[in-house]
Write a protein that binds this ligand. Structure first.
Ligand code: UDP
Ligand code: MG
Length: 324
């Protein structure tokens, strides 16, 4: 049993999972490059393409590539989101190691040999970390900084900043991820939650080859809320703490008013205090309710227990099937 880091001398089988949403142009550039690289690198590989309800001609590109040995295509019945598409791919993957990468060439295939080398050193997870975010707008960079600070506040495990879905994972890690039953699949948090021996590799993301990102500020905000509610409970504690402190203040103020009345007799009280107090306390209550609502809506999503995705069509076979 290896409880420490033990080098793995063999070359593993490799499953590559690529979620695709309107990526026809990019796939035609990425896949030939990937195919060349894989043929020289590992003997046993499969590329799993997941079409997340694309509206361009990704389906035609899939039809072509799923006829090539080693390529599999999964078409979801509509757009379920990147996290669901990744899960669909991971569930289909059969190899000893799994690698996930974007279709838009921002994740360079040239990094794959270095990632495999780290796996052979004995690491279970090799994740690529952006060297910098200079390519992004200031607002997104600030938002990302705050998000990681908030999601890691008081947590037992750290979600590493700037590490995305570009990562190589051992079979044991993939199985652990797939064992997690939740619907809200905030992957960055789930990776951190399962743990394992991990190492990072720095990379500079290239510019998106074609098309536009679908992660606009609003969608990123929703994703962050998903992450925060799935991996923290401190907003709830803060809501109750605030209630407690305010109740204490209100009691003291009430005591003071009563004393004042007893000592100095009847006075016409200022309505400013009342109005300001009313507004203040209603605002606090609404915030508390909002925080509660965020968590309740996630609970609602979980109890419905719907499947994460629906497959419309599958095609293609793994390389090892075609050889045997
Ligand atoms: N993607 C997906 N479903 C979606 C949105 C995106 O499968 O609903 C895929 C997309 O095709 C790409 C990857 O997720 O391969 C990353 O998307 P994108 O480049 O838009 O995100 P960014 O690079 O801005 O994080
Ligand atoms: Mg991208």
């Amino acid at each position: 049993m290896d409880f420490t880091l033990k080098p793995r001398p063999r070359v593993p089988g490799l499953s590559i999972i690529i979620p695709c949403y309107n990526e026809a142009d990019n796939l035609n550039r990425l896949l030939p490059r990937l195919q060349d690289m894989l043929q020289g690198l590992v003997s046993d590989w499969e590329v799993i393409l997941v079409d997340d309800g694309s509206r361009d001609n990704t389906a035609e590109v899939f039809a072509f590539w799923s006829a090539q040995p080693g390529f599999q295509a999964i078409q979801l019945s509509r757009n379920f989101g990147k996290e669901a598409a990744l899960t669909a791919g991971l569930e289909a993957a059969r190899c000893e190691t799994c690698l996930m990468m974007d279709a838009d060439l921002q994740h360079s295939p040239d990094l794959i040999p270095a990632m495999l080398a780290q796996w052979q050193q004995g690491y279970d997870v090799v994740y690529a970390v952006r060297e910098h975010r200079r390519d992004e707008r200031l607002l997104k960079r600030l938002g990302a900084g705050w998000f990681y600070r908030l999601v890691n506040a008081g947590a037992r495990f750290r979600v590493p900043a700037d590490a995305g879905d570009f990562r190589l994972m051992d079979r044991a890690v993939v199985d652990a991820l797939l064992d997690l039953p939740e619907r809200n699949r905030f992957m960055k948090g789930l990776y951190a939650w399962v743990g394992f021996k991990s190492v990072e590799i720095a990379y500079v993301p290239e510019a998106r080859a074609a098309g536009r990102t679908t992660f606009n500020p609003l969608r990123l905000l929703r994703l962050s809320l998903d992450g925060l509610t799935a991996f923290t409970t401190w907003p709830l504690h803060i809501a109750s703490l605030m209630g407690f402190v305010l109740a204490l203040l209100a009691f003291s103020y009430g005591g003071y008013l009563t004393l004042d009345y007893l000592l100095h007799g009847h006075k016409v009280p200022g309505w400013t205090t009342i109005v300001v107090g009313l507004m203040f306390f209603s605002a606090i209550q609404l915030i508390g309710l909002g925080v509660l609502g965020e968590y309740v809506s996630r609970i609602f999503e979980e109890v419905k227990g719907r499947p994460l995705y629906v497959v419309r069509h599958r095609a293609g076979r793994a390389l090892r099937d075609s050889q045997s």
